[in-house]
Design a protein. Structure first.
Length: 130
């Protein structure tokens, strides 16, 4: 895959992730009926769900910004790990948060050569793993 193709794919995937998770965060922040229903089903108050919306939105911003993208990846991964654990605890399907988690990591591997190099124990030259 050429560098230009990787860059375009990485940004398109990042855009999809940011749109999806930003919509989820805004839903929590606005306290929509669906969000409040989910909060109640998990035994959370509206205020706690609002805080989760802030955390989610900040993590997305850090993920999209290139300099803090790896930190954002780790925060989103942790956030979704908590979502998966919560879904398991309440006997709900984990397919959707797990799929988002996988998509985030695939995007991070495409976007961040240094992360890929670290995971594969290789070196990075000009953002290319060797």
């Amino acid at each position: 895959m050429t560098t230009k193709t990787k860059n375009v794919a990485g940004w398109v995937m990042s855009g999809l992730i940011s749109l999806m998770l930003s919509a989820s965060a805004v839903d929590k922040l606005m306290g929509s009926g669906h969000a409040l229903q989910m909060a109640t089903s998990f035994g959370l108050s509206a205020d706690t769900y609002w805080v989760l919306g802030i955390i989610e939105l900040l993590s997305v911003v850090l993920f999209v910004y290139p300099r803090t993208g790896i930190l954002g990846t780790l925060l989103l991964s942790s956030y979704l790990g908590g979502a998966i654990a919560t879904h398991l605890q309440h006997q709900q399907d984990i397919a959707f948060p797990a799929a988002i988690e996988v998509f985030i990591w695939l995007t991070a591997i495409i976007r961040f050569g240094e992360l890929t190099a670290r995971l594969l124990n290789k070196s990075v030259v000009n953002n290319q793993v060797s």
